[in-house]
Ligand binder design. Sequence first.
Ligand code: NAD
Length: 503
Amino acid sequence: MNAPLNIAMPAEASQAPKTYKLLIDGKHLDARDGRTIERSSPGHGFAVSRYAQAGAAEVEAAVQAAHKAFESGPWPRMKASERAAALLKAADLIETRLEEIARLDALESGKPIAQARDEIGGAVDIWRYAASLARTLHGESYANLGDSMLGVVLREPIGVVSIITPWNFPFLIVSQKLPFALAAGCTAVVKPSEMTSASTFVLGDILLEAGLPAGVVNILAGFGADVGAPMVSHPLVEMVSFTGSTRVGKMTMAAASNSLKKVSMELGGKNGQIVFPDADLEAAADAAVFGGFFNAGECCNAGSRLIVHEAIADEFLRRVKALADKVRVGDPLDDRTKVGAMISADHMAKVAGYVTAAKTDGGSIYSGGGQLASNAGQYLDPTIVRGVTEDMAIAREEVFGPVLSVLTFETIERALHIANNTPYGLSAGVWSANIDTCMSVARGVRSGTVWVNTFMEGYPELPFGGYKQSGLGRELGKRAVEDYTEEKTIQFHRGQRTGWWVG
Ligand code: NAD
């Protein structure tokens, strides 16, 4: 039995929780009924934040503000260069406040502080990338329609966008959506997760300081049913950009169909890393541990299925276990921590339930396996389950915890079959020194991203999104701003009418 984790209490533990007000039409407001949501640090167990809790009335006010800002405000009408300047200023301000934002995300989500810093740094890069796209967004012209016609295709901002985000990457995910919507000239109502709203409220302040007019970005804390649902069904909202579970994504899409809103969906994943005998096994083992345990496995891109060739399974797993044993689990605020706290006790019990069910179904615990004793917070031991078969829940469903399921294969066809045998299709990894093998897997896997001899890298230039039930549409990449636009075709005719209908 390991000694209990000794979690140090940070200065915030002896202070009152920080309070955050809703941002509606440029004003910081309490909820009309005075309700609040309190968030405790899952790594330490003290109240860290208190947000004003929005409801239907606040959704109405926020959508109306965004609609007014879109219909008659300057934001959609200004030059793209001016919007780009505001986004660049926002990026600079985020960078200035990086440490503060990273600490809020670490405290509210339980993620390691060093990782949170990387995420906020990545977000800065995305805001800058979006600013560059604001200036290059353009339509098309067709001068090949005959001498009397000129066709022009405009890209116009789609309107008010509802942006709904999950708890696992609070600041990064809003940064994969909002700057692109803004670059296009849209206005937005944003709802972060009810568990991790603080950093999004800081972003709201940054955007006001960067010069965004009132009403362009409105931020509401609240629960899915009270706030998310009316943000989706509101008739003045033209598009919903959602990141979260496939279950809620489906509900959101159904609700958006009422008024035929455009939807963009980034949903769950059940991603496999396939390891062949000729791979650099040292690098692959490190990536297997990273893929399984990064962000405590609470990651859409988690490489939660390790699909390893029979011939090397024993040797490879020994390497993986040796590395897993070295992974430092503990205080999210400790710079050395690699795996922090689980988001909630309920979620931790759900993850532990998958491990118990896998044992009942014939799997065996190869490493780790349970909750770690600690003086505060909730922590799970990174766990490797061997003997997993494709029909088990742990191999098919998104576990969303630090749990690596091991499956084995003998032929490349079998490896591909296993990789594709889930309802999800977000990402995959392949490890081999043979270009034919890598290419066959990269082409054969049905997922939005495939990493070849690397894992879980991300660049603003590269589109990201899922096949199958992992989502709809793509974020990032050079078309990310286009996603927030409508196309308008204008046909100019010159000279005498041609093609008379009556005569
Ligand atoms: P979730 O689906 O429970 O919640 C996501 C958001 O939707 C939250 O803000 C929540 O309040 C809101 N919501 C809940 N019910 C709603 C409703 N009826 N209408 C509108 N909004 C509603 O997801 P979560 O537990 O916060 O996040 C984890 C999930 O997110 C995992 O499935 C993970 O794979 C997924 N995720 C996907 C990506 C990606 O890019 N593909 C990235 C991160 C997380």
